[in-house]
Design a protein around this ligand. Structure first.
Ligand code: GDD
Ligand code: MG
Length: 341
């Protein structure tokens, strides 16, 4: 088994902490380790670093290398994509790398995971890896389903069908539906959010790619070096759209653990430990009469007086103050900033 960790995404939803050149996977959230380092640690319970491939792009190479060295995982492979083409090409290139460089055979199972999620408890995750790999080895594409909490439109939705040996067949996979569709899924019941983790054998991935994304499959038939040379010609498409929405071999295992994709400051507030007044305090901050408020300092003293349901994030060049529940709108600030430049 090999673990493929996807660490090439950009994203600025956690502005001002995440920036295009320093995205979410490198942030320390929920502990002293970055989300990428926490991901590596989760898998080390079952796999040595030399059986992990971190796939990213040149811009993030040093961040990845620093994280791996810092946590004693420098023997993990860093695979650099020549261009960002979303997750389907990144995974196809990783599969080719496993076949040609690591000497895997097509029956080898891959566990593909995002690098920017929180999962707890870590120990229970080891058992989930085993379950997923077992099902993958029978020729299925395994996903993990999260009990949906609301009609979030930033996730894939999985409609569970008949029970299988473990988990359920997938009746339908819908990547990022619009709000009305997401609400109808929630009302109907029997749907999960897609966690973004996948397990399959290399052979199964390549077969399903031949069937559903032939242009990428054609490229993935070339030896690794040639695929690397041609990588920028790959279609820009996610694994969810390219394979998961279309394949009939997808099964879903209910995840059953705490999972948070921390896509916003509200999600960070929810994930972090609170003081007696329900505040999240990080760094040099004085909360005076504050309730249910996040104060985060990265240098300067932050003093909050009488704040409720507020998010305050201080960085060397930007301070963001937002009402809780509205942090998704911080992306509009980033858009305005881009127009200024
Ligand atoms: N190497 C590489 N190259 N990694 C990438 C690229 C790329 O071009 N694009 C994204 N990634 C990485 C991100 O860093 C992240 O770890 C992971 O791949 C998933 O990408 P996201 O961009 O965060 O996907 P998403 O959150 O919109 O959607 C996915 O995750 C949801 C759960 O959080 C989908 O799988 C959804 O179905 C799922 O619900
Ligand atoms: Mg994501």
């Amino acid at each position: 088994m090999k673990v493929i960790i996807l660490a090439g995404g950009g994203g600025t939803r956690l502005f001002p902490l995440s920036r295009q050149d320093y995205p979410k996977q490198f942030l320390q959230i929920g502990g002293e380790m970055s989300l990428l380092a926490q991901t590596v640690k989760r898998f080390r319970q079952r796999v040595n670093p030399e059986d992990m491939v971190i796939v990213t792009n040149q811009a993030y190479f040093h961040h990845v290398q620093t994280e791996l060295r810092r946590w004693g995982a420098e023997r993990a492979h860093i695979l650099l994509e020549p261009a960002a083409r979303n997750t389907a090409p990144a995974i196809a290139l990783s599969a080719r790398y496993c076949l040609d460089v690591l000497g895997c055979d097509p029956g080898e199972a891959l566990f593909v995971a995002p690098s920017d999620h929180l999962v707890r408890p870590e120990e229970a995750f080891a058992e989930r890896i085993e379950a997923a790999i077992g099902a993958a080895q029978t020729g299925q594409i395994v996903t993990f389903g999260i009990e949906p909490a609301n009609a979030e439109t930033g996730y894939g939705y999985i409609q569970a069908g008949d029970a299988r040996d473990i988990g359920f067949a997938v009746r339908r996979f819908t990547e990022k539906p619009d709000r009305t569709t997401a609400e109808s899924f929630l009302a109907a019941g029997g749907y999960y959010w897609n966690s973004g983790m996948y397990a399959f054998t290399i052979g199964c991935l390549l077969e399903e790619m031949e069937r559903h994304q032939p242009d990428l499959a054609e490229m993935a038939r070339s030896p690794f070096d040639q695929m690397l040379d041609r990588f920028s010609e790959a279609p820009s498409i996610s694994i969810d759209k390219a394979i998961a929405e279309k394949s009939e071999r997808v099964v879903v295992l209910p995840f059953g653990l705490y999972w948070n994709d921390i896509g916003s400051w509200d999600a960070i507030f929810e994930a972090l430990p609170k003081d007696a007044e329900g505040n999240v305090i990080e760094g040099d901050c004085i909360p005076f009469g504050c309730r249910e408020t996040l104060l985060m300092s990265h240098g300067r003293l932050v003093a909050g007086v009488g704040l409720e349901d507020t998010l305050v994030v201080e960085t060397p060049d930007v301070i963001v103050v937002a009402r809780r529940g509205e942090s998704q709108k911080i992306k509009e600030v980033v858009e305005q900033l881009k127009r200024r430049q």
